[in-house]
Design a protein around this ligand. Structure first.
Ligand code: TXA
Ligand code: MG
Length: 350
């Protein structure tokens, strides 16, 4: 059991534009504390990336396996030099196009980043967030190691409330910067091999990366379950993830087939919920309880609603959830990738 911390909640808004909250968060981080901070993707649980003890406290607060490496967040290009040992091919192109923003790039690690931050690897994940509060907190402190600010295995937090639910008493502070606009974690690409590899899809899409770099491979584990014991490029991919307590099943098919399947199941089971698209609403009828997570092709709406809806299903008492799967293209690939994990790879074609 970890000793209970006196967590403080800091408001990054108000008449001073959040200046006091930012200064206080920066001070806690410089002193080796842990602070949940807003970013444009999801909330991150931050600590000084170069301070092994501070980083160890992140793993403890989250209950995160020690071999799952963290992303180091920077606010400007000069900090990149402190974090990586060499600039791999393609780095310049990606940073110029996509930073600041929801793209994490795996590079060779600099010695001053301890192995606890990189999960024992000689590579390091780096991202320059675009969220003004995240950037201001990094400016007020140091490069920050920050995984998503949820308890390990749970859906990532997209509001300060989610962080409070998961981490109150386990971290030094939580900064409330409102709702995250992107809603899913950053795209992760590795530039450490022969060919760039997409390890985690996000708001920067595979299509955009291919346009920028030419050849980009899709990492094993993005669309499928990784084989037990297979060599894992991104250790985070092997763990159960994004899972509410309710039993999630991902259903692939058009609106008519999906809604017919849900209605059939609902006639036979209790505690069944639908997580559907706007286009499914009418066909579902009135009786079946549901959360609608956006239009079928409105991936931006889907990513924004996704994790909040997965968390809400528990509060609503859902026992089983039939989720209508998006097309795995563009930003839909990110939504699909998170959903197959929250479903524990329980996928039904209808
Ligand atoms: O949007 C985001 O990326 C958020 C915000 C807070 O920035 N952070 C986030 O961190 O999602 P986390 O720890 O939940 O996910 C990091 C992912 C994991 O799948 C991890 O295995 C992978 O990045 N990763 C980190 N360092 C790596 C490395 N050196 N090599 C391969 N994969 C790495
Ligand atoms: Mg995470």
């Amino acid at each position: 059991m970890m000793t209970e911390k006196q967590t403080i909640l800091l408001q990054a808004s108000g008449p001073d534009g959040g200046a006091e909250a930012i200064a206080r968060a920066g001070e806690i981080l410089r002193q080796g504390g842990t602070v949940a901070i807003p970013t444009e993707t999801v909330y991150g649980l931050a600590a000084d990336a170069a301070n092994a003890e501070a980083v160890a406290a992140i793993f403890e607060a989250k209950g995160r396996p020690a071999d799952n490496p963290l992303i180091v967040h920077i606010a400007h290009e000069e900090q990149l030099e402190q974090v990586i040992s060499r600039r791999p091919r393609g780095l310049e192109i990606l940073t110029r196009r996509f930073w600041p923003g929801p793209l994490t790039i795996i590079c060779p690690k600099a010695d001053r980043i301890p192995l606890v931050t990189s999960g024992g690897l000689d590579t390091v994940a780096v991202r320059m967030p675009s969220h003004p509060v995240a950037r201001a907190i990094i400016e007020a402190s140091v490069p920050l190691a920050a995984p998503s600010a949820n308890r390990s295995g749970y859906p990532s937090p997209t509001t300060a409330r989610h962080c409070v639910d998961d981490l109150w008493g386990r971290v030094d502070a939580i900064v409330d910067g409102g709702r995250c606009t992107v809603g899913v974690e950053s795209t992760v690409i590795s530039l450490c091999g022969e060919v760039p590899v997409l390890l985690r899809p996000g708001a920067v899409t595979l299509e955009q990366l291919r346009e920028a770099l030419g050849r980009v491979e899709l990492g094993k584990g993005v669309l499928e379950r990784l084989e037990e014991g297979s060599k894992v490029l991104s250790p985070g991919l092997k763990y159960k993830h994004y899972a509410p307590s309710a039993d999630v099943e991902l259903v692939r098919g058009d609106s008519a087939a999906y809604t017919a399947y849900v209605r059939d199941r609902a006639a036979k089971e209790t505690g069944l919920w639908a997580m559907c698209f706007t286009e499914d609403q009418e066909r579902l009828g009135e009786e079946i309880p549901r959360l609608c997570y956006g239009g079928m092709e409105d991936y931006a709406a889907q990513t924004e609603a996704l994790f909040d809806d997965l968390r809400r299903l528990d509060a609503l008492g859902a026992r089983r959830v039939l989720v209508h799967a998006p097309q795995p293209t563009g930003m839909g690939l990110a939504v699909y990738n998170r959903l197959i994990r929250s479903a524990g790879f329980h996928i039904t074609d209808v």
